[in-house]
Design a protein around this ligand. Structure first.
Ligand SMILES: [Zn+2]
Ligand SMILES: [Zn+2]
Length: 144
């Protein structure tokens, strides 16, 4: 039964099938929550919103599902400061963030700034880095 089908749940189902994953109710609920959110969500926010969608979801199921989606590179996991894990759907063109440790400002960093780093890591180490969503900590112009 598909009680609450929405554009977000349909997109979530498509993304799971594209990754050769079964579109279980739990996975669809968690991924649709992130798709609707459209920006970083802490694991706790995802938990609350996913449970609103599918009340039988347990905390451990939501956390396990987030980790699986991360391992599949459907979503990114980033610490944006304070040790809080944030999750976000990975878009076709990734983006990154500069995080000020003085005032907490978060500045978006275009993927093209990261591309030379990717190439250099691959050249120097024969290693393909999965830089899907990078947080660089430092000091913003005002806090220096
Ligand atoms: Zn982001
Ligand atoms: Zn600052």
């Amino acid at each position: 039964m598909r009680a609450n089908e929405t554009p977000a749940t349909r997109l979530a189902t498509r993304k799971l099938r594209a990754a050769s994953q079964r579109a279980t109710a739990a996975r669809v609920a968690v991924l649709a929550t992130l798709i609707e959110q459209g920006e970083h969500s802490s694991a706790e926010e995802v938990l609350a919103r996913s449970q609103a969608r599918l009340p039988e979801l347990t905390r451990s199921t939501v956390y396990r599902t987030l980790e699986r989606l991360r391992d599949l590179r459907i979503v990114s996991e980033t610490d944006l400061g304070g040790g809080v894990r944030h999750f976000e759907v990975i878009e076709a063109v990734p983006h990154h963030h500069l995080v000020c440790t003085g005032c907490g400002a978060i500045i978006e960093l275009a993927d093209q700034s990261i591309e030379p780093l990717r190439r250099e890591i691959e050249r120097a180490h024969g290693f393909q880095p999965a830089i899907d969503h990078l947080a660089v900590f430092g000091r913003c112009a005002h806090c220096q």
